[in-house]
Structures are given as structure tokens and as C-alpha cells.
Write a protein that binds this ligand. Structure first.
Ligand code: ACO
Length: 307
């Protein structure tokens, strides 16, 4: 038994914050931000549960499903609205989905971790999983800290995951974690995000390439077989460096960091939705999804898009 993954829905706040908006109140500039990160603007506002609900509803509508057709809601998030209850239960109530609801925190790798978890749940009997990646990093960011404030944005994306007979569309996966690297990126209770950007940058490129190569090998594929590379959107230079080392050209890479900044668990489904909309990801497309982030965690999946 395998899974089919389909019907991507997204939600982003209405409020656009441009690099010039940030430069007006911080010692930074549009040139620094866009050259170092590729970010031109980001969306800021709302709550994790509000954005997750909107994205989940959009995915259900696209799939032509009723909320009761879902028997598990899986929310990947680093920024739950409360410690208790789990934010997934708030989203479950707002949407009216059936069955259980769980949160999953693997920082910016959360959506791919969620995909693999959803596949496992489908294998033990879940009929239909609504997988949502949602984050509001803006709420744990010190807006006077120019190093972090220029990077983050808010958003959410969702897909429907269901079991199918046969091998299905999740062709391979690779997950990893190293809690010994906690000091590179963390946010303690009541505090703000801290990041050692230079060190994360170095590690991210190597980790993404290693993890992606393992996943591709397990799928019996090479980089040349990848129709769309959908990486976590933390920095355009990381995306480009990883793509170059893997041998995947820019025209086969999904990029939305210019419009949304780093949205953590939401960044891969936001990039996926954009690739679908601009025709990069057609039904049946072979996609390489790669996430990395706090923990550190990392995650790759080779997935055939279900449409
Ligand atoms: N505007 C202007 N100058 C700045 C800014 C800013 N916003 N931020 C830092 N600078 C300055 C620094 O103070 C430093 O000045 P100095 O040389 O006088 O000391 C200079 O710019 C260079 O700073 P670096 O930190 O060395 O800049 P770098 O080229 O490494 O870029 C960045 C920083 C963009 C953060 C990069 O390191 C990066 O993207 N790292 C990876 C981020 C990432 O992938 N995070 C993982 C997930 S994030 C998450 O989960 C929230």
C-alpha cells in the first residue's frame, strides 16, 4: 500500500511588508536583503491556527471533499498558538474534520516530516489525512533585530494524503536530526528566535545535498529525473547552491522566497502551490522536496504529484 498526495491549498496574510518598509525602521537596505537572501517582501499577520484553517479549507475544496471525509488532521508547526491545547485541535474544530488531530514540530523540515508521518498513518488505516504546514514566525521574532527580522514571514499550505493500492506516489524519503546542533537555531519559552546564520548556511547546503542524494538513490532516480525541486525557502543562495551541487537547473526549481520570506513549515507547500500554478508541477510530475531547520532537522522526499 502507498499514498497519493493531491489538492494543494494555501493561505497567507494580506499585509505585505517590503524590504523598504523594514529599511525605514532598521539599519538595513533593500540591496542587502535581496542580495544576501533573495527576499523582496513577506506577508505578516494572523495566527497559526487561522492560516492553517484557511489553507486546510482551500485543500478540501480543491479535492471536492467534506470535512467529515478526513479522519486525521496533521499540523506541522513550530509556532503553535498555545502550548495546550494542540493547535491542530483548534483547526479541527474550525474545519469540522473527523477523527484525530496532532501537532508535529520539526521546525522548517516539518512539512516533509508530516508527509512521511501521514504515509505511515495511511499504512495503518487512516482513510484520509489533511496535512497542513503553518507558521507565524513573525510572532517569535524580535522586530528590532535586523538579522532575523528581514528573514521571516507567515503562511500556511495544505495537501490531502490518502492510501492507494500499489506502491503509490511517495517514492522514497530520508529524515534526519542532530540535537547537538541546537545552539545554531532556537527559541526558548517567552524568548525570540536566535540563529547563527553563517553556520546554518554552511550546514544547510551540505545536509540538503546529502539527504536529497540518499532519497533519490532510494527511489532509483538521479537529479536528471527530477521534474521539480521544491526546497525549503530560507535563502535563495542556499537554494541555488544546493541545486547546483545536485545538478538541478533553476528552471526546475520552485522559488517563492522573494514573495514570502522564510515561512518555516509553510514554505514547501507554498512553493509547491506556486509550481502547480505556473505549470512547473503537472499531475504526475516527479518532485524532490527538501527541508532543513532548527534542531537541526532535515528531510527529503521524492514524490509523484497527484494533481
Ligand atoms: N542588514 C544589513 N546588514 C546586516 C543585516 C541586515 N539585515 N544583518 C546582518 N547584517 C550585517 C552583519 O552585522 C555583518 O556586519 P559586519 O560584517 O560589520 O559584522 C554583515 O551584515 C554580514 O553578516 P553575516 O551574518 O555574515 O551575513 P551573511 O552573508 O551570512 O547573511 C544570512 C546572513 C542571510 C542570515 C545568511 O547567513 C543565511 O541565510 N543563513 C541561513 C539561514 C537559514 O537557512 N536558516 C534556517 C532556517 S531559519 C528558521 O528556521 C527560522
Amino acid at each position: 500500500m502507498g499514498i497519493r498526495v493531491h489538492s494543494c491549498g494555501i493561505a497567507v496574510p494580506d499585509k505585505v511588508v517590503t524590504n523598504d518598509d523594514l529599511s525605514a525602521r532598521l539599519d538595513t537596505s533593500d540591496a542587502w536583503i535581496s542580495e544576501r537572501t533573495g527576499i523582496r517582501e513577506r506577508r505578516v499577520g494572523g495566527t497559526t491556527t487561522g492560516l492553517a484553517t484557511e489553507a486546510g479549507r482551500a485543500a478540501l475544496e480543491r479535492a471536492g471533499l467534506q470535512p467529515a471525509d478526513i479522519d486525521l488532521l496533521l499540523l506541522a508547526t513550530t509556532t503553535p498558538d498555545a502550548l495546550v491545547p494542540a493547535s491542530s485541535t483548534t483547526v479541527q474544530h474550525a474545519l469540522g474534520t473527523g477523527g484525530g488531530a496532532i501537532d508535529l514540530n520539526a521546525a522548517c523540515s516539518g512539512f516533509v516530516y508530516g508527509l512521511v508521518t501521514a504515509a505511515g498513518l495511511a499504512a495503518v488505516g487512516a482513510r484520509r489525512v489533511l496535512l497542513i504546514g503553518a507558521d507565524t514566525l513573525s510572532r517569535i521574532t524580535d522586530w528590532d533585530d535586523r538579522k532575523m527580522a528581514v528573514l521571516v514571514g507567515d503562511g500556511a499550505g495544505a495537501v490531502v494524503v490518502e492510501p492507494v493500492d500499489g506502491p503509490g506516489d511517495l517514492l522514497s524519503w530520508n529524515l534526519g536530526a542532530d540535537g547537538g546542533l541546537r545552539h545554531l537555531l532556537y527559541c526558548d519559552h517567552g524568548g525570540y528566535l536566535f540563529m547563527d546564520g553563517k553556520e546554518i548556511f554552511r550546514k544547510a547546503v551540505r545536509i540538503v545535498v546529502e539527504s536529497a542524494e540518499k532519497a533519490l538513490a532510494d527511489a532509483g532516480m538521479t537529479a536528471g529525473d527530477v521534474d521539480v525541486f521544491v526546497p525549503h525557502q530560507a535563502n535563495l543562495r542556499i537554494i541555488q547552491a544546493a541545486g547546483q551541487r545536485l545538478g538541478i537547473p533553476a528552471e526546475r526549481t520552485a522559488v517563492v522566497i522573494d514573495r514570502y520570506g522564510n515561512t518555516s513549515s509553510a514554505s514547501i507547500p507554498l512553493a509547491l502551490a506556486d509550481a502547480i500554478q505556473n505549470g512547473q508541477a503537472k499531475p504526475g510530475a516527479r518532485m524532490l522536496l527538501c527541508g532543513f531547520g532548527g534542531g537541526m532537522t532535515w528531510a527529503s522526499a521524492v514524490l509523484r504529484w497527484g494533481g
